[in-house]
Design a protein around this ligand. Structure first.
Ligand code: ADP
Ligand code: MG
Length: 351
């Protein structure tokens, strides 16, 4: 553009009316183009004359400042003819943080406004996460410290119990310690999740292991477990030990929700994308308002519950790239559905 003007200036004396009209057309088109750039820019731009009066301002400047530019300039106190940068909190039309920069441009001053609310929020979020991590590390450290003496007490109680078999208070102590131990372990796991070690396998193997270890508990309460596993299952990338824990948590909840003689139905299946496990019980069910927060930590309706089982299970499933969901009817029962992607579907394009 500069070269263009230089050329026109050099030749202007020799141009006839037609040629002048042509040059004028080029210039006005260019000016229109620049005007469009100026007025559609999402950053605010204000041009001040040497006295600080606004010569031009684009719509974004008015929008970001939430008032007429001339009014805003009264309290903006921009330094004239100097480069500067500062941040500004604006509460109308919306709470946001603006970056205000000035640039001297010959006798004028250019004021440049940019919305940096999101950038700032990100920075603060990072700080907050850092603080959360420090607290979590501390809590995990304390939990760890408590676990050791607890273990020692438990061992000593076992010795005492051998000397005084059938002593009710010793049994009560041991039960309370076992409970503390469960809480601590859940707490530690919630704070310090371990990454799954994935290996090719199928979704039903850890389920069978888990059912085997829980067999006595089902039998003692006359609970019927119906297991439906197809002969062929798709391969999934799975950490078997972690998935055993997921099944344990879900089956234990089911056990606690159903009366003696109740029923648990487990169906394993697959579709084009996922291997699927559904665990259904005919227990008391879950109220709709509780269902909405089911996988959040410390949500328990049980006297001796920790409210961590489902949260840990959900995280393990998520770490496998899968999903877990629950459907329930009060008084009728609950179905938990776990899906994990088939190995060949682990990479999916997002729409
Ligand atoms: P906890 O079992 O220690 O309470 P969980 O995270 O395992 O913690 O479960 C949270 C809550 O979800 C339970 O207290 C219970 O109210 C509800 N819940 C979970 N599974 C079932 C189920 N199968 N039937 C009814 N309620 C359930
Ligand atoms: Mg539980």
């Amino acid at each position: 553009m500069r070269d263009f003007f230089k050329g026109v200036r050099r030749r202007i004396g020799k141009l006839d009316a037609e040629q002048l009209r042509e040059q004028y057309r080029i210039i006005s088109e260019e000016a229109e183009f620049l005007e469009t750039l100026f007025s559609t820019n999402s950053d605010g731009i204000i041009v001040l004359d040497e006295k600080g009066a606004p010569m031009r301002a684009n719509p974004a400047a008015r929008e970001l400042l939430g008032m007429a530019v001339a009014d805003a300039l009264k309290w903006l106190e921009v330094p004239l003819g100097a480069a500067s940068r500062r941040e500004l909190a604006v509460s109308y039309p919306q709470a946001r943080t603006l970056e205000v920069r000035t640039l001297p441009l010959k006798s004028r001053t250019l004021v440049y406004l940019r919305d940096i609310t999101a950038e700032k929020a990100r920075g603060e979020e990072e700080l907050r996460l850092g603080a959360t991590k420090a607290v979590r590390d501390l809590a995990a450290g304390v939990a760890h410290e408590i676990a050791n003496p607890l273990n020692a007490i438990s061992l000593n109680l076992q010795l005492l119990e051998r000397e005084h078999p059938g002593d009710g208070s010793i049994v009560a102590c041991r039960e309370q310690i076992a409970r503390l131990d469960t809480i601590l372990r859940g707490f530690l796991q919630a704070l310090r999740p371990t990454r799954p070690v994935l290996a090719p396998g199928n979704i039903a193997d850890p389920l069978k292991n888990c059912l085997e270890t829980m067999k006595r508990q089902f039998e003692d309460r006359c609970i019927r477990v119906v297991l439906d596993v197809p002969a062929a299952l798709p391969g999934v990338a799975i950490d078997k030990a972690q998935f055993e824990q997921v099944y344990f948590n879900l089956l234990k909840n089911a056990l606690e929700a159903i009366p003696d003689g109740g029923k648990i139905e487990i169906a394993v299946s697959s579709d084009d994308n996922d291997a699927i496990v559904e665990i259904a019980d005919n227990g008391q069910g879950i109220a709709p308002d509780q269902l909405a927060h089911l996988f959040e930590p410390y949500r328990t309706t049980k006297d001796k519950g920790t409210g961590l089982g489902l949260m840990i299970s959900a995280r393990i499933v998520r770490d496998h790239g899968g999903t877990i969901s629950a459907a329930s009817r009060l008084g009728e029962g609950t179905v938990f559905t776990i899906r994990i992607p088939r190995i060949e579907r682990r990479i999916r394009t997002l729409a």
